[in-house]
Design a protein around this ligand. Sequence first.
Ligand code: SAM
Length: 201
Amino acid sequence: MKKVTDYYAKLAKKMGYPARSVFKLEEIQNKYHIIKKEDAILDIGAFPGSWSLYMLKKLHVKGKIVGIDLKNTGGLKKYSNYTYIQGDITEEKTINLLKNYGPFNVIISDAAPSTSGNKDLDSLRSLELVRAVVNLAYKALKEGGNLLIKLFMSEDASNYLVKTRELFLKTKNFKPKSSRSESREIFFIGFNFKRLNKKNT
Ligand SMILES: C[S@@+](CC[C@H](N)C(=O)[O-])C[C@H]1O[C@@H](n2cnc3c(N)ncnc32)[C@H](O)[C@@H]1O
């Protein structure tokens, strides 16, 4: 397994990406085409910037891209359509701030809690992030838009996704090849957001 980890990490470095996670988005994009060049995109958990860089450099996204993360980042300043915000997605003030940058055609989230080693606690924290992202989608995702969220699979997450699925015309759960096989992470993809009045949080 370590070999695979090293392979993707080394390849990312060689290609000029700061993190191996770029290959997860690439695989999802190649398979499901969730992002279009002209889209306005919100990248949640954007640090250290691989997903944003991939969209700017490889997909040549010309619409605005807003990256948000707890961490500060200095990169990607040369792209005039890129904005980076430091903030916590679970805080109401961040959600209100991001709303002002929207609406977005696509919201993608690779946000993950720092793992504690306690499986239940990590799942709970991951679900808290998922809820915050879905809450934000209500406020800032355009009708017909796409949503991509990373989550740690658990019974609670699975139950939560049942409700979240109703918000989209079609949904998929996907585990990219480049995702470590021992990791419980999966990606939820919602296609074609239906703007309903009910809240799902
Ligand atoms: C796996 S990394 C993202 C990698 C990124 N997609 C890339 O390709 O470079 C997960 C990120 O989620 C961020 N994160 C965790 N909790 C967050 C929160 N509450 N608000 C914003 N970002 C958060 C972490 O700081 C971390 O940088």
